[in-house]
Every structure is written in C-alpha cells, then in structure tokens.
Design a protein around this ligand. Structure first.
Ligand SMILES: [Zn+2]
Length: 413
C-alpha cells in the first residue's frame, strides 16, 4: 500500500494544532532521545487509542473478519519475495544478526499472506478476511516529519481480503459500507472519494490480467454507484498492481485527509504463489484486496483531535467526568461518586487539589472534560451531584445514576 499522504500544506501552529492540543491535554509526545517521528503515547492518549481499537476490533469480528497478530521484524528473504527489498529498500530499516539480514516491517501484507498460505484453502473457505492493528516502520526524511501526521513508526488498521474473482463485487460493497459505518461513528460524514484506475493507453505498465483489471475496476465503480457515493475517476493514477478507491474525509475546518483505502493487488498473490482449490478440484487464483479504514492511527488521532479541537465526544474522551469537591471535607464523598461511576465503566477523576472551586472548574474546562460533577454540602446531603456539561454549562442536580444514564445514552448515539 502506498504511503499515506497528507495533501494539506504544512501549517503554522494554531490553537487547533494537534501538537499543541496533544501537549495541553497530555496525550502524547515525541522526543529526540527516542528518535524523531516516533510517538510516545501518554496514559490519556493510550486510553483513547484503546477505545478506538476495542470498537474497531469488535466491529471487525461482527463483520466477518478474523483478527491476526504478526511480528515486527522478518527475514530479508520474505521482503525479497514480496519485492520490497528491490523497490522499497530506501524506506526500510534493515539490520543483521547471525549473518542473517532482517527488516523491521514496513507493511503487514506479507505476514497475512503467510497465514493464508499456512494450509490449503478451498473455495468453501473464501472469502478470508484478516484484520490487524499492525505497527510498521518506514524511513521518512527528517524534513518531511510533522507531529503525528507524518511519522516513522505508525499503526495501520490493516486488513487483507482473499477471495475468488466471482466474490469481488460483494466484497467491495461490504468494505465500502463498513468504511462508512466506521467513519460515521467518529463523526465524519463528508468525504471526497477517488477511484484510481490504470492508464488505458499504457496497459503494459501494469501487473495482472486484462480480465482481472476490468472486473476489479467495474466492481469498485459499481459499489460506489450502488451506495450512491459521488466520486471522481482518476485514470492512470493507480499503482502498477491494481486499481483502488481512496476515501478522503473532510474535517470541521473543511480540510481533506486521506483515510480509507481499498486496493486490489494482482502482484503479491503471484509472488507468494497463493491460490485456492475450486469446485473442480483444481488450483485457481485468489484475489487479494488491501484495505485500511482509518489509515495510520497516529494520523487519524491527529485529525480527530483537530476536528474536535480537543473536545472529544464523550465515548472517546480519556476522562469523561471530573469530580470536583468544593473543599477537603467533600473529598470522601467525591471518592464515593468516582467508585460508583467506575463500577459502570465511566472514566472519571477527582480533583482533590486545594484550589478554589472556580479554579477547578476552569481547569476541567481547559482539559475539555465532557462532564463535571461538583460535590459540596448540598450534594453530599442529598446524595446527588451538581453536573456541568462542557460547552453547555450547568445542567442541574442529578443522582449518580442519572449522570451514568446520560453518558451511556450519549455514547451509543
Ligand atoms: Zn496490504
């Protein structure tokens, strides 16, 4: 799969810049001792990452994918077969051990192919869909690195689909519907879609049979039409091994970001010599589709926090409720509230600092916590909490149960 490009120009830092928000909200950092382009996810960033991943994995299991897990390094031999050592070496991290060469993986595809290849596959087994949050490393020139948008180590929400040629229409339609479902959940409803096809004047430039290219390009265009998705066709814009669809989301500031990619590959199945046994008992080719929905997680995370300017929706917020005792006397009550929220899976924190309540409220606003629960005399006496919602102000005196219900409803919206 191609490197995920950022088509927007380098910008001056603004208050919506993910690097600034990341620092203010203590989400992540990048440090020269570790290495530029390598991300350290802090506890608050990690919890958001986990929520995204848990959601993503559950949805994949519901939608017929199998989760897999593959190593971070592999023998040079593997990358020789895949062709990466010949065509992609300058972007790869290589090292030697016991006179054997190794590569830190720049892609997950060869591993998924090896799992497919681990036993004979019949037409009855197809389609096979392998999904993985696969962390890859690619060398990028230092001048091109930019916050989380352009890094050297990142995780792709990767999947590879292996199917028979008669299954591709159905598969592409499914992937497209699934991509929409996932992107909508994160609040992205607008996108520009590009269908990249081969240059009809130079068919010799491409791998794969005439028939497969026609089938694949037709399947991609047809799925977009069936879904009623407007798209722009880009003849000659695809890579040599297959046509593709790119879904570029448009964020709150109207900027365009490449996220989902659905890409046919007529090259790797040949290189690794994979196939399936058809109903006739003979070997038939297997069609391989690469697919990422969010793209690189680091990049997606940057887009997400810039889109929401740090105020993540409650289902994603690292801290959903900040509990604010008015004074030391109410810290114990605040702790009881925290325990109750935790029992229902709500992420909350108690601010037991000696600051004034107005200062604590300001701090929670700066941290963009969706809810604040204030605990004072009136609240402790009535066994309730005074609730403030970020951006909406005071919403009244609620029981902990009522607040939990509000949050759960909001999370499932
Ligand atoms: Zn791939």
């Amino acid at each position: 799969m191609n490197l995920l490009e950022n088509k927007n120009k380098e910008r001056e830092p603004s208050n919506a810049d993910h690097r600034l928000i990341g620092q203010q909200l203590d989400l992540f950092s990048i440090n020269e001792e570790v290495g530029i382009g390598l991300v350290l996810w802090h506890p608050k960033g990690t919890i958001v990452r986990k929520i995204i991943r848990d959601f993503w994995e559950e949805e994949h299991l519901k939608n017929g994918y199998k989760l897999v897990c593959t190593p971070h390094i592999a023998r040079g031999e593997l990358w020789k077969i895949s062709g990466h050592l010949d065509y992609y070496e300058e972007n790869m991290y290589l090292f030697e051990k016991d006179e054997e060469s190794y590569v830190v993986k720049p892609m997950n595809c060869p591993f998924h192919i090896q799992i497919y290849k681990s036993k004979p596959r019949s037409y009855k087994d197809l389609p096979i869909r392998y999904a993985e949050w696969g962390t890859v490393y690619r060398y990028e020139r230092s001048g091109t690195l930019h916050g989380l948008l352009r890094v050297r180590g990142f995780t792709v929400d990767d999947a590879h689909i292996f199917c028979a040629s008669e299954q591709i229409d159905e598969e592409i339609l499914r992937i497209l519907g699934f991509a929409e479902h996932i992107l909508w959940k994160f609040g992205f409803h607008k996108y520009n879609v590009y269908l990249s096809t081969r240059d009809p004047k130079q068919p010799e430039k491409y791998m794969g049979s005439e028939e497969n290219w026609k089938l694949a390009q037709k399947a991609l265009a047809q799925a977009l039409k069936t879904k009623g998705i407007a798209y722009r066709e880009m003849p000659g814009e695809t890579v040599f091994y297959g046509p593709k669809i790119d879904v570029n989301i448009i964020d709150a500031s109207g900027r365009e970001w490449q996220c989902s990619t659905i890409q046919f590959d007529f090259n790797l199945p040949k290189r690794f010599n994979i196939n399936h046994i058809g109903p006739d008992g003979k070997e038939h080719e297997v069609i391989m589709i690469h697919r990422a929905l969010l793209g690189a997680i680091e990049r997606f995370f940057a887009i997400l926090i810039e889109h929401y300017r740090g105020s993540l929706p409650v289902w994603l917020a690292p801290t959903q409720v900040t509990i604010l005792p008015i004074s030391d006397s109410y810290v114990q009550y605040a702790e009881q509230v925290r325990e109750k929220l935790a029992a229902y899976g709500i992420r909350s924190e108690v601010d037991s600092s000696p600051s004034t309540i107005s200062y604590k409220i300001r701090q929670a606003e700066v941290q963009k916590t969706p809810y604040m629960a204030i605990c004072g005399k009136r609240e402790a006496k009535s066994r309730k909490i005074s609730v403030r919602k970020h951006g909406a102000g005071n919403i009244g005196l609620l029981t902990t149960k009522e607040l939990i219900k509000n949050i759960k409803t909001e999370c499932h919206r």
